[in-house]
Structure formats: C-alpha cells, structure tokens
Design a binder for this molecule. Structure first.
Ligand code: Q9C
Ligand code: ZN
Length: 342
C-alpha cells in the first residue's frame, strides 16, 4: 500500500490547546505522525510517496471562499493585533445574537469561522493545512487511478472542518475534499466511513443534502462527547440527501463487540449504496488508552477492523484523522492498514 506523506505537517506545531481551563501542549501534535511512520518502517509496510500540489480549486469545491481567505491571512491578522499567545476564539455569534454577519474585527471573525475554542491558530497552520489536503488528493488519485487502496497520512486532520468553520484540530476537510475530487473525476457514488472516535460533523454538514456521497459515522454519543451539538441518530440527511447520512453513536465504555456490530451495519449500508470509492476517515482515538476518548478498543481490534473493511471488496482510501495515545497511534494505525491488506 502506498503511503502519501510530507514533512510539511510539522509546520502545524501549535504551542497551546485550551483544555480544562488551561493552555496545554496540543494532543494533536507532530509526534503522532512520527510514530506512524516509525511503525510502518519497522514492519516494512508501505512505500512512502510525496504529495503533488493540486491548487485551491478542489478546496473551494467544498469550502467557502471567504473561509479559505480568512485562514490564509489568519496568522498575519492575529499577529497585527500584537498579542503574545496563539489565536484562540473568545466570542461567538451565539444563539441570542445575529448569526450571519461577518464583523470587521479579526477577533470577532475568529468566532464567526470557528466551532470550538480548543484549537489555536499558530504560525504555519495554513501551510500545513494546504499540505494535508494535497496528501488527501494525491492518495485519492492513486485509488481513482485503479489502486485497490492507499493511505493519505494527513495532518492536520479534517473531519470536524465544515464548509466555513474550523475546530476540533481541523481546518480543511480532507475527506470531503477527496470525495468531491473523486466525484469530479467521474466516480458517481462515494461513501465516507468515519471510524474516528468523534462524530465527523464537518463531513456530515458538507454532504447533508446530497445523495451522491453517503456519510456514515461511528462515534461516541455526542450527548457525552465532542462535538456535542451534532452526530445524533435522528440526523438522516435532508432533501435529496434523506437516507444518505447514518450516525451510529455509542455510549461510554463501548468495547469492540458492540463497535464491530455497528461497523457491520455501516458496511451493509455501504454495500447497498454500491459506491465506486470508499473513503475511510481513519481515527484511532477509539483505543482504550486514548487520553480524550471513551471507547475500549484494543490494538488487536484494529487489525480486525481493517480486515472487516476489506471484506467490502471496494476501492478504499484511508485518510488519517485523530488518535492521541501517541505511543500506540503507530501500532493501531498500521494494524488497520495491514489488517486490510491480508
Ligand atoms: N474533553 C479529532 O479527533 N476536544 N479531533 C475534546 C475533551 C476536541 C478531536 C475535549 C477533540 C477534537 C480529529
Ligand atoms: Zn477524533
């Protein structure tokens, strides 16, 4: 399996995450990728290839142009305010205020374009986000071109990023960008299977009214887990998209038996949809030792997960999302990919 990777991800190296009322070193750190590469190398798994630049058109096919311009200039605009720390949102267009007016002041623009305040914008974030979407697009090209599978080692991750909002460590929605790219290259139906612990609110929002991109997410019950305000079972799609969004939330303590049964449901739905491409939003934060999540999957379970997904027999693109037990992120990620290949 080819692994698309670039060093550029290191430019996303924020110093701060707002967590438990304190600024802590971000869970979503560059070392996550080092562990994945080291594990692949140790097992002799995969061939590393660099991404190819795809420009902004595939980004603007799913994201708002004003949002992209905001991100591109965010660090410069924040720096111009003369603050010491990284850019963290402090004010939002909350339910009691005007929801859709974009204010002139940059601090207020942060609130307009952000959905959660844990994610600081730092110098280099824009460059890393660009590289991450190119990793997704290049790996997508491999599978669109006939490869059975490929792995886009995306960082920063993408599935929380919506049409015009960042948050949950995500800026561009890599999976959505790849899915739309595949559609534009002539693949009629694309399924996105999101196995990250967190609900893929951004991906859901982007495709919610469409019947050509099926979105399925297995995740921690949003009543108890981030992103809290989306991801419930009664969200089934709207308009033409009715029936093309499937959320499978599960409670704290969920182990692999229950999780695997949900995966079975997801796979049944995908098989019925008969897509030309499956994109797996691959987060390994379902792991029992993940520091910010509450599922109980073991490292061996990730191998079974990969084998189960392979049984669909469909062209499958894996794109990296979350996973924060850094020491085991490599083992668990490569277990999925190797499990898929055997
Ligand atoms: N108390 C991804 O996995 N904060 N993003 C959680 C927990 C945000 C996760 C707070 C978690 C975002 C790609
Ligand atoms: Zn996650």
């Amino acid at each position: 399996m080819k692994i698309v990777y670039t060093e550029e991800h290191r430019k996303r190296s924020a110093r701060t995450e707002l967590y438990g009322g304190q600024l802590v070193p971000p869970f979503e750190c560059p070392e996550r990728i080092d562990f994945i590469l080291a594990e692949a190398e140790k097992r002799g798994f995969g061939a590393i290839v660099p991404p190819r630049a795809h420009g902004m058109a595939p980004v603007l096919a799913v994201h708002d142009a004003g949002y992209a311009a905001f991100l591109e200039n965010a660090w410069a605009n924040w720096s111009a305010l003369g603050h010491q720390g990284e850019a963290i949102v402090t004010v939002w267009p909350a339910r009691t205020m005007r929801p859709d007016r974009i204010p002139a002041h940059f601090e207020a623009q942060l609130g307009y374009y952000c959905l959660a305040s844990e994610t600081s914008i730092s110098d280099g974030t824009w460059e890393a986000a660009l590289a991450s979407k190119d990793v997704a697009l290049t790996s997508a090209d491999l599978v669109i071109g006939g490869a059975r599978t490929a792995f886009g080692l995306c960082r920063p991750p993408g599935h929380h990023a919506a049409t015009d909002q960042y948050g949950g460590y995500c800026f561009f929605n890599n999976a959505a960008i790849a899915a739309q790219h595949a559609r534009d290259k002539g693949i009629e139906r694309v399924a996105i299977l999101d196995v990250d612990f967190h609900h893929g609110n951004g991906t859901q929002e982007i495709f919610y009214d469409r019947d050509d991109v099926l979105f399925i997410s297995l995740h921690g019950d949003p009543d108890q887990a981030f992103p809290h305000f989306l991801g419930f079972a009664d969200e089934t799609g709207s308009g033409a998209g009715e029936g093309f969004n499937l959320n499978l939330p599960m409670p704290p303590g969920t182990g692999f038996d229950v999780w695997r049964a949900a995966l079975g449901k997801a796979m049944e739905r995908i098989a019925r949809f008969d897509p030309g491409l499956v994109i797996v939003s691959l987060g390994v934060d379902t792991f029992e030792k993940d520091p910010i999540s509450f599922f109980k999957l073991t490292s061996n379970d990730f191998s079974t997960m990969g084998a189960d997904i392979a049984a669909l027999g469909l062209p499958t693109l894996f794109l990296m999302e979350g996973g924060y037990a850094v020491e085991e992120v490599g083992i668990n990620t490569i277990n999925v990919l190797e499990g898929f290949c055997v």
